[in-house]
Design a protein around this ligand. Structure first.
Ligand code: FEO
Length: 171
């Protein structure tokens, strides 16, 4: 059995990952409405990955005898209003950095509780967050470099249109 505090933190993470999916759908909508279908595709795939993350955390709770409680997902529309293309990419990076802090907090609690199973489970997420932050940072850098040139923006949009969803799996 998981200790209560760790189960509560992981349950919170389930809800946070669903929020991440919701946030990225919000960003995808923004780009669709600004005729940047590649960026929209990129965030839609990102949203699908976030849902997978939520399901991995849910399954871990169930596999370890704990319950999953789904909360209300807050709307990102007011709290994260897109100002322009770059601000969306920067908000995504800031969001990933905040997710990393949450994962680190669970890891830290698992470490203090000598909960080696949870630490092992979280290792995949620790690595994943490094990738997520790097990708988000790269997108910000590319937009800063090329975003003001329409032809470069077109090419960047085409590059992002090729991203395909593959289900996230630990291992
Ligand atoms: Fe589920 Fe983007 O971290």
């Amino acid at each position: 059995m998981l200790n209560e505090k760790i189960a509560r933190l992981i349950n919170h993470q389930v809800n946070q990952e669903f929020y991440s999916a919701y946030l990225y759908l919000h960003f995808s909508n923004y780009f669709t409405e600004h005729s940047l279908d590649g960026f929209a595709n990129w965030y839609q795939v990102q949203a699908q990955e976030e849902r997978d993350h939520a399901m991995l955390f849910s399954r871990y709770l169930h596999d370890n005898g704990a319950a999953v409680t789904l909360d209300t997902i807050p709307s990102p529309v007011q709290s994260c209003p897109p100002q322009d293309h770059l601000s969306v990419l920067k908000a995504a990076l800031a969001h990933e950095e905040s997710v990393t802090r949450l994962i680190n907090e669970i890891y830290s609690q698992a470490h203090d509780s000598r909960d080696f199973r949870t630490m092992e489970f979280l290792n995949w997420f620790v690595k994943e967050q490094c990738e997520e932050e790097n990708t988000a940072r790269e997108l910000v850098a590319k937009m800063e470099l090329f975003g003001s040139d329409p032809r470069s923006l077109y090419l960047l949009n085409s590059e992002l249109a090729s991203r395909q969803y593959t289900p996230a799996a630990q291992g």
